[in-house]
Ligand binder design. Sequence first.
Ligand code: HEC
Ligand code: HEC
Ligand code: HEC
Ligand code: HEC
Ligand code: HEC
Ligand code: HEC
Ligand code: HEC
Length: 312
Amino acid sequence: MRSYLHFVVVIILISFFSPTQAQNQALAPENDLCLKCHTNQTITFLNTLTKRQDKRMMNPLYILNKDHLAAGVHAKFKCTDCHSADYSKYPHNAELKLEPLSTCLDCHGGDAKYAAYKFEKIDEEFQKSVHFQKVGESFTCSKCHNQHYYQAKSRNSSEVGEIVGFSNDMCMSCHSNNNKFLLFSNKLKPELSQIHDWLPNQELHFKNVRCIECHTVVVDSLSVSHNILPKEKALKNCVECHSKNSMLEASLYKYKNIQTRTEKGKLNSIITNKSYIIGAYQNEWLNNFSIIIFLMALVGISIHLIIRIIKK
Ligand code: HEC
Ligand code: HEC
Ligand code: HEC
Ligand code: HEC
Ligand code: HEC
Ligand code: HEC
Ligand code: HEC
């Protein structure tokens, strides 16, 4: 009973400090028509030649995920805000394929409402990147940022693991997928594990730091650096991260949401956030942790005592 009570107190404390999940928005009801086909493995439609209902396979690349749509920044959009209204007919008119789609800058460029994101500066940096330099205009922002699902993750998440996963998935969508890579290159993609074979514990690193940490330089005015440098300029020096003045403080750990949470709730940051990087925290971190464990035990014991006194 005693230990059970302590357990409950600890659980309550932990949940008190836990981050809240972003709420999914409702999708526009008009989208039901499109999503009836575009979220399913099969489609059913009236074949106007045979005058019969036909059931066919859906192209798997055109199947959208409803939950990801609802979590994205453009969740309130109708599909036809971006795509032609003629898509409401099926079979779709073949020429609709040729329709140019808006880019991020078309909608967000020069708009004071989104000034905080610095879209123009991001565009400027992106144009210096190896991707744009080597591939050219066809490498658009949307190749990394799916307009259907895009979220400003690093800005809004308070968990380092989630930020890293979200960001690296973008890079991996090509760098671990030959089919997509070959859209922009004549060579097969280099094997990531081989290129980075000098890095010990690769898997652990790729879970705890973003690719962009090593492949861009920090631009103070930007929340996320967009200039992917040529491979010769990538960061290889362990000490840049594994030292007391870790460069990660200026990149991955700089976000206000992580910092304020860290100040508000040390417990939360310890459970979910900054990894314990060898060299970067010395014993300070562990000290704080043990103090908190100690304080929690004290709280547990005093609640227990109070209950006993009341009972008596
Ligand atoms: C009856 C099922 C069905 C409905 C309803 C439907 N689609 Fe499609 N859509 C498809 C299929 C199947 C494809 C694959 C290409 C094809 O068969 O034309 C496709 C392809 C597409 C493409 C890719 C075109 C290309 O080739 O690049 C877009 C964009 C699209 N649909 C948008 C929409 C939108 C927007 C709506 C709603 C206004 C919609 N679709 C409604 C079945 C449907
Ligand atoms: C904010 C603008 C926007 C909205 C809203 C939007 N799309 Fe798209 N969609 C795009 C862009 C841009 C592309 C092309 C992506 C590329 O190839 O770079 C695309 C591509 C597609 C494709 C081709 C497959 C793919 O993922 O590349 C399908 C199918 C599609 N959209 C269906 C839909 C449906 C259904 C909806 C409504 C639920 C919708 N879209 C809403 C911008 C949008
Ligand atoms: C067709 C126009 C259009 C395109 C294309 C578009 N957006 Fe948006 N975007 C909007 C509108 C409108 C909103 C506001 C949506 C709302 O308030 O629900 C928005 C919201 C956002 C937000 C949230 C802003 C905030 O804090 O309220 C971000 C971030 C964003 N878009 C990024 C992007 C990125 C990155 C791209 C390109 C991959 C892109 N958008 C493409 C029109 C567009
Ligand atoms: C090579 C991949 C890649 C390309 C191309 C790319 N981005 Fe990003 N972008 C990222 C990554 C990774 C992040 C960090 C993800 C996150 O946590 O939001 C990011 C973040 C962002 C953010 C959020 C920044 C903030 O302050 O919260 C915006 C806005 C953005 N990108 C816009 C763009 C625009 C506009 C373009 C095209 C000019 C572009 N991106 C091209 C990879 C890319
Ligand atoms: C710890 C730093 C670090 C991290 C993290 C990192 N890289 Fe690298 N990467 C490098 C260095 C350094 C090189 C150059 C290696 C060389 O030339 O020997 C490199 C090379 C590359 C190359 C060039 C391949 C070639 O030879 O053409 C690609 C592509 C690449 N990295 C992608 C990624 C992706 C994607 C991620 C995230 C999953 C990532 N990297 C994470 C440091 C890093
Ligand atoms: C849409 C596909 C795609 C995405 C997404 C993508 N890349 Fe690439 N990347 C490529 C292609 C293709 C090349 C090879 C270009 C060439 O050599 O012609 C490349 C090359 C590179 C190189 C090697 C540059 C050199 O000097 O040879 C690095 C480093 C790299 N990418 C890092 C990243 C990082 C980091 C991300 C995520 C932020 C990312 N890439 C996202 C397609 C992609
Ligand atoms: C971009 C920053 C960065 C760079 C560069 C970097 N590391 Fe790391 N390293 C980390 C992070 C973050 C972790 C994850 C800590 C954790 O969660 O255990 C880590 C973990 C490790 C671990 C595993 C520790 C454990 O708990 O098992 C070793 C070993 C390591 N790094 C060695 C190196 C070496 C050697 C180099 C240079 C070749 C290097 N790192 C370069 C950030 C970096």
